[in-house]
Ligand binder design. Structure first.
Ligand SMILES: [Zn+2]
Length: 370
């Protein structure tokens, strides 16, 4: 009986709906077409993009749909009427539908759920959805993170006793200048001189200053003086044993300079679900940024290509933006050490990372603005 009432209620609701959704954005009116699917009004997700400046991506493995709009992410499951938003689950009463390659959400999601989630930006009144202008989410601010510093020298070279912290800072300062002068980006540095900054403070800085990208710059080290080449990482928990070794190397600052076990438990206690989710959302972008940097780094430096890898770096774990960690080359390899301390070579390395970021930015900005 109760079921009947619910069905009747939903039926009445449907009768009140029009065939199109009127949307008003600061004076301009847009029409979002509705499609009838088994008697229920739906809107095509692709039709939403130009109005909401949204983008949608599907996870190839679990088929979840990620809809990014107004700086937030909705996660839908094909065939389910539930979706996730900021760690909570919501019901829109009718499932996501797919017709050919196009996905559809029930219109009720646009009329009721969106205004509920964005009360400051959206209101549904007099049969019309009124929106504030979606914020331009192009890459504008980039946080550069020269690894180590101050009491933490990082890895030290065998032959010239070069210190990693100096190489990292040298390359990063050059990269900063290029990004500012040639792309007009707002570049923030976690350190601009020889000082110690904890790993947690580095990501906190990036989050607080609302960076759009986070790029951490390091040089690698190995017991084997013949180890060589460049690699670029993005955050993940599953990885190879080689990646695990580099992870241990970059995370050891916590043991050596931040108070050991106590500090480590602080990082391990970081809200895992939250940091996991923040990086899940950006995983694809982080992977793409890492690939663009790695390709250019290898092509431009002539260093051996160790590839794009995944590891669980503390410094990437808390970042709420696409984040990568670059290992320029091996300071423990005497030949690479010689190049890494060379000013002209540092300029060349900075240029290759610049090209990688530039390529990523062009693509990223485009998909967010179409
Ligand atoms: Zn390092």
């Amino acid at each position: 009986m109760r079921r009947l009432f619910i069905l009747l209620g939903l039926f009445m609701l449907c009768l009140q709906l029009k065939a199109n959704l009127d949307i008003r954005i600061e004076g301009d009116t847009f029409i979002l077409p509705e499609t009838d699917i088994s008697g229920i009004p739906y809107v095509g997700i692709n039709d939403m993009h130009p109005i909401f400046h949204s983008i949608c991506k599907q996870d190839r493995i679990d088929h979840r749909l990620y809809l990014h709009t107004y700086g937030e992410t909705f996660i839908f499951m094909e065939g389910s009427s539930y979706y996730n938003f900021k760690l909570d689950s919501y019901n829109m009463h009718f499932p996501i539908q797919r017709i050919k390659d196009q996905y559809y959400v029930p219109s009720i999601f646009v009329r009721e759920n969106l205004p509920l989630h964005f009360p400051k930006d959206m209101v549904f009144k007099s049969g019309q959805l009124q929106l504030s202008k979606p914020v331009n989410r192009n890459v504008k601010t980039i946080v550069l993170d020269p690894g180590h510093g101050g009491k933490d020298p990082g890895a030290v070279g065998r032959k010239l006793k070069a210190q990693e912290k100096e190489v990292n800072l040298g390359v990063t300062l050059k990269l900063k200048r290029m990004l500012e002068q040639e792309l007009g980006l707002n570049v923030l540095m976690t350190r601009s001189d020889d000082r110690f900054v904890s790993l947690g403070d580095r990501t906190k800085f990036a989050n607080d200053r609302r960076g759009d990208l986070f790029v951490s710059i390091h040089t690698n080290a190995s017991r084997d003086p013949k180890s060589k080449g460049s690699e670029t990482y993005y955050l993940a928990t599953a990885m190879t044993s080689d990646a695990r070794a580099v992870e241990a190397l970059e995370n050891q600052v916590v043991d050596l300079y931040e108070g050991g076990a106590d500090a480590r438990s602080k990082y391990d206690d970081l809200d895992f679900i939250l940091s996991d989710l923040s990086q899940t959302e950006h995983l694809e972008s982080s992977n793409e940024l890492a690939s663009n940097i790695q390709q250019n780094l290898v092509a431009g430096s002539g260093f051996y290509d160790r590839g794009v890898k995944q590891a669980n770096f503390y410094v990437l774990r808390g970042a709420f933006m696409p984040s990568v960690l670059v290992e320029l080359g091996f300071i423990s390899n005497p030949e690479e050490e010689k190049l890494l301390v060379n000013d002209e070579y540092q300029e060349r390395l900075a240029r290759t990372i610049f090209e990688g970021i530039k390529r990523f930015k062009y693509r990223y900005d485009r998909i967010r603005n179409t």
